[in-house]
Design a protein around this ligand. Structure first.
Ligand code: FES
Ligand SMILES: [Fe+2]
Length: 393
């Protein structure tokens, strides 16, 4: 059996226009009919060095990725108290937990005895406590050292001084943000209340993580991000997959600081379609694409939502964690089959097309060509995002 990317599972919950918040609804109401879309030509470039320069990379690390809290993973990955997961996307060993009281906490994934990783892989566990594989020191999910083997062999030893090293963390619209350098009192001001509200309307905090996959890409993180900020490539790069579902028209864009919401009409969209059936799945008509500050991408599809966190590791290396979110686990065979096929298809589209485009572009940029990238009116949103980013650098 071959399913298309749009085939619906037998059981599902859909997002209607009325499920969205008023600000989201207003943005959707601004999408013109496909025939009325106007592209405004622009003149804009960026120097090659923003993708290839070590100095620029270091500045981004210092002034963005270590200065502000950054997205690490999703609330939906740890839905229940007592769940823990290790995370290494940023190159820093992290342990993220949901405590008994349901709070999210982040720690350095290192034992306070001699530094051993507590969890060695990035599988989610529901444990309630974490035991070090080396000498079996045991910690609670809120980081307290509660068990020391042969405690009697340590002189003048105070367990309370050996709790896990905690980093400030917060859930924001279903995304878990962590202050990676551990500085107390992080500056949360870059996170947008509107984005958190939008993500909540889209059901992101309460979704089910159907699947996740990590990619290690030979490309600058902004080269990986760019295709998620523009529609120019969609009918071209994705010609063989999803290109014919989307218009060759500018997206409707709203900026909330350095957070971006884009909405766009599907092929053949006219605004009257919105009011034809109040119970209809709004994502049959429009697509949302967000960039939550600074590197978390959300793209809606009809029956699932994609979330990606693009973690810069080196000037030409980015680790991406992809999450496919569904309203719940598949409860029928048909739904299971559709989710499975959808996952394969979206991994092929993002991994095999968008990420591949980033890697082959990086190869040319690394050879110095072009000396300046150039952006058209269908890519204006990239320029908006870079301006917001540059204001912080
Ligand atoms: S390093 Fe963890 S118990 Fe020894
Ligand atoms: Fe794309």
């Amino acid at each position: 059996m071959t399913l298309t990317i749009e085939e619906k599972p037998a059981e599902r919950r859909v997002t209607t226009l009325a499920n969205l918040n008023p600000n989201q609804q207003a943005a959707i109401r601004r999408i013109p009919a496909e025939a009325d879309a106007v592209v405004r030509p622009i003149e804009a470039t960026r120097p090659n060095a923003i993708f290839t320069g070590q100095e620029r990379f270091d500045a981004e690390q210092a002034r963005i990725f270590r200065r502000f809290p950054v997205p690490v993973t999703l609330s939906a990955l740890l839905p229940e108290p007592g769940m823990v997961v290790a995370h290494e996307g940023y190159g820093l060993p992290l342990l993220i937990s949901r405590t008994k009281s349901g709070e999210i906490k982040a720690f350095i994934n290192a034992c306070q005895h001699k530094g051993s990783k507590l969890l060695e892989d990035c599988e989610v566990r529901k444990a309630g406590r974490v035991t070090c594989p080396y000498h079996a020191w045991t910690y609670t999910t809120d980081g307290k050292l509660i068990g020391v083997a042969r405690n009697d062999a340590f002189a003048n030893f105070d367990k309370t001084e050996r709790n896990l090293k905690e980093l400030p963390a917060r859930e924001w619209g279903g995304v878990i943000y962590v202050q990676l350098d551990g500085a107390p009192d992080p500056d949360w001001s870059q996170l947008s209340d509107q984005i958190a509200d939008d993500f909540t309307s889209l059901g992101i905090p309460d979704s089910h993580v159907y699947g996740r996959k990590t990619f290690d890409l030979k490309a600058n993180w902004k080269a990986v991000l760019e295709p998620f900020l523009e529609g120019y490539h969609v009918q071209r790069l994705h010609a063989a997959s999803i290109g014919d579902l989307f218009q060759d028209a500018p997206n409707i864009v709203d900026l909330f600081g350095a957070n971006i919401r884009q909405v766009s009409g599907r092929i053949g969209y006219v605004p009257q379609m919105l009011d034809e059936d109040p119970g209809q799945n709004v994502h049959k008509l429009v697509t949302h694409a967000y960039t939550a500050f600074p590197n978390c991408v959300v793209v809606t599809s009809q029956y699932y939502t994609s979330v990606m966190i693009l973690m810069p590791r080196e000037v030409d290396r980015t680790v991406v964690e992809y999450f496919m979110l569904t309203p719940g686990p598949a409860t029928t065979e048909k739904a299971a089959e559709v989710f499975k096929r959808s996952f394969e298809l979206i991994i092929n589209v993002f991994g095999g097309e968008d990420f591949r485009a980033a890697e082959i572009s990086q190869a040319g940029l690394a050879a110095g060509v072009p000396s300046q990238t150039i952006y058209c009116g269908l890519e204006a949103n990239i320029v908006h995002y870079y301006e917001a980013l540059e204001a912080l650098l």
